[in-house]
Design a protein around this ligand. Structure first.
Ligand SMILES: Nc1nc2c(ncn2[C@@H]2O[C@H](COP(=O)(O)OP(=O)(O)OP(=O)(O)O)[C@@H](O)[C@H]2O)c(=O)[nH]1
Ligand SMILES: [Mg+2]
Length: 264
């Protein structure tokens, strides 16, 4: 038996949901590991018909920092993140980053997200704090995105400039306390729901200015169903919290349970 056991605490996991991202997964994982070699990358693939899953298996066989979860079907962005975050919590990562596979989220920002997370419970890479930084999007898409943020702020009172932004870094304790088991969202509204849960519980949320660039290749997975879920989800979050427009006081070490909610 060794005289002492050195326990190396795994620190950073980068979780990336994928659906039909065959051109992006190789380049994005290379770029992330070039910027920050000591992270683990977890792809959560929704059984992509374009063969992304096989490419991910090959990437993970070639590099032990790359991991893959295969979902049986396209389960929605929120469900993919939930399985990825559970995986990361089970393995003891302290900082858990979520990002897209398509280079809209620049891997070069990872060190900045981690730096900001030293003094925050949740860091949101924000397109809209101190100006607008979105490249190559049609104006209609930008207007829709800005309106979505304004809608969230109006209904919930949550003062976040970019509540639908998907480039984030969570401290593991934040993910534990927002109770992934009771998340309602299947799709993109997961991002608003997790931000809202963190905010209403009084967690420190910091918005880090980032530049968002339109996807490099492939196609968007945004659909009418995802859009509709996002519309009613904001009302549901407000309703479940009694239209409360400010955070509950957070006492350190105190667990604030989520309000009762039923699953559809
Ligand atoms: N596993 C899984 N991944 C998904 C699902 N829907 C989207 N994704 C991935 O989640 C990330 C964000 O989706 P995007 O289609 O890029 O959404 P978007 O950025 O709003 O749309 P674009 O700007 O057109 O790219 C991408 O890496 C997708 O491949 C899903 O149902 N399951
Ligand atoms: Mg995208």
């Amino acid at each position: 038996m060794p005289a002492f056991i050195v326990h190396v605490m795994a620190d950073v996991a980068v979780v990336i949901p994928t659906y039909d991202e065959k051109e992006n997964v190789g380049p994005i994982s290379r770029e992330i590991l070039r910027v920050k070699p000591d992270v683990s990358i977890l792809f959560v693939d929704g059984n992509s018909p374009d063969g992304t899953g096989k490419i991910l298996d090959d990437l993970s066989a070639a590099d032990n920092r790359i991991h893959v979860l295969h979902s049986p079907a396209k389960e929605g962005l929120g469900r993919a993140y939930i399985s990825g975050y559970r995986w990361s919590l089970e393995r003891g990562y302290r900082f858990i980053i979520g990002m897209d596979a398509d280079f809209s989220h620049d891997p070069a920002e990872i060190p900045n997200l981690l730096k900001a997370a030293q003094n925050a419970d949740l860091v949101i890479g924000s397109r809209y704090i101190n100006g607008i930084r979105v490249a190559n999007w049609p104006l209609s898409r930008l207007i829709l995105s800005k309106m979505a943020g304004a809608y969230v702020r109006l209904i919930t009172g949550m003062p976040i400039a970019d509540p639908t932004g998907g480039y984030r870094c969570y401290r593991s304790e934040t993910l534990v306390q927002i109770e992934l088991d009771t998340i309602l969202s299947n799709g993109y509204s997961f991002l608003v729901e997790t931000a809202h849960r963190a905010w209403i519980r009084g967690f420190r949320i910091v918005e880090l200015p980032i530049t968002f660039v339109d996807r490099r290749s492939g196609y968007s997975k945004m659909s009418m169903d995802i859009f509709k879920e996002s519309l009613w989800m904001v009302w549901k979050l407000a309703l479940l919290n009694g239209f409360r427009r400010s955070p509950m006081k957070r006492r350190s070490g105190t667990h604030i349970p989520a309000p009762n909610r039923s699953h559809e």
